[in-house]
Design a protein around this ligand. Structure first.
Ligand code: NAD
Length: 243
């Protein structure tokens, strides 16, 4: 409780906080993360290869049917709703305390909660595009088709605008994220194992006063933080009402 009050005090005083988050932010919305006990990576893939292999650039090119089967079953949650963590972040932005959300998530829940400045390091399942003609689509092109989604305009192969293993991050998104982190007076990191690079490396750009970690499990950065809270992020944020 004392730790939550400390976070509240810092947030209340902040004019440019940044939130850096990962899959743990959406577990309270019913979307499993990758690496914790109930995470996607602990489930054995029915295809006999690891999720990292299936969710890679090469696998999408070589075995797109299997990729899409796995992707639809494990990464798409069209009915998920924002939880208290997403909603509070949007509220703190509206109140002028939070400047930006930098997320590794691909579920679009920050925007659904009302956040405006969201830097999506790994893209979004809500955006899809044709590899042949570039036509853009929403999520329906994936949910309302079977097998490999095809472009109704040209018949080309449609893929999600998400960063797969073996692919680089968008340079503009990285630059915007670094700027937000560099300019922040307070950085809150939550719901991320901080194991995925280069995303986790962005923490080194923080120059502000206080670094706060809110994560169920320990992370490699716990010793560098000014405050560490090992509790559910939605429950923690839900207790912080700012003026
Ligand atoms: P991760 O699975 O490696 O780690 C998640 C962390 O969140 C764990 O350390 C766990 O202890 C913590 N956690 C889980 N539920 C929590 C809660 N309610 N409150 C606080 N902490 C909680 O996730 P990552 O670090 O984001 O890296 C995995 C990659 O997986 C990312 O690149 C992301 O793109 C992708 N991913 C995204 C989604 C999504 O969009 N919702 C879901 C799964 C994976």
């Amino acid at each position: 409780m004392q730790a939550i009050n400390q976070l509240k005090t810092w947030l209340q005083a902040s004019l440019s906080a940044v939130f850096f988050g990962g899959a743990g932010v959406s577990t309270e919305s019913g979307i499993p993360d990758f690496r914790s006990e109930k995470g996607i990576y602990r489930t054995i893939s029915t295809y006999g290869v690891s999720p990292e292999v299936i969710l890679s650039h090469d696998f999408l090119e070589e075995k797109p049917e299997i990729f899409y089967d796995y992707y639809r079953k494990n990464l798409i949650y069209p009915d998920a709703e924002p939880n208290k963590a997403h909603l509070q972040l949007a509220e703190w932005e509206r109140q002028g305390h939070l400047a930006a959300v930098v997320t590794q998530n691909i579920d679009g829940l920050h925007q659904k909660a009302g956040s405006r400045t969201v830097h999506e390091l790994h893209g979004s399942v809500l955006r899809n595009y044709c590899l042949r003609c570039g036509h853009k689509f929403g999520l329906e092109i994936v949910t309302e088709s079977d097998g490999i989604p095809r472009c109704p305009e040209c018949g080309g192969f449609v893929r999600p605008d998400v960063v797969l293993y073996g692919e680089g991050l968008d340079q503009d998104v990285i630059s915007d994220s670094i700027r937000a982190i560099y300019q922040a007076d307070l950085m809150i990191v939550g719901g991320t194992s901080l194991n995925v690079y280069p995303a986790a490396g962005l923490l080194q750009y923080f120059r502000g006063k206080h670094l706060v970690l809110v994560n169920l499990d320990e992370t490699p950065y716990d010793s560098q933080a000014d405050l560490v809270i090992h509790e559910k992020i939605g429950e923690v944020f839900g207790q912080i009402q700012l003026d």
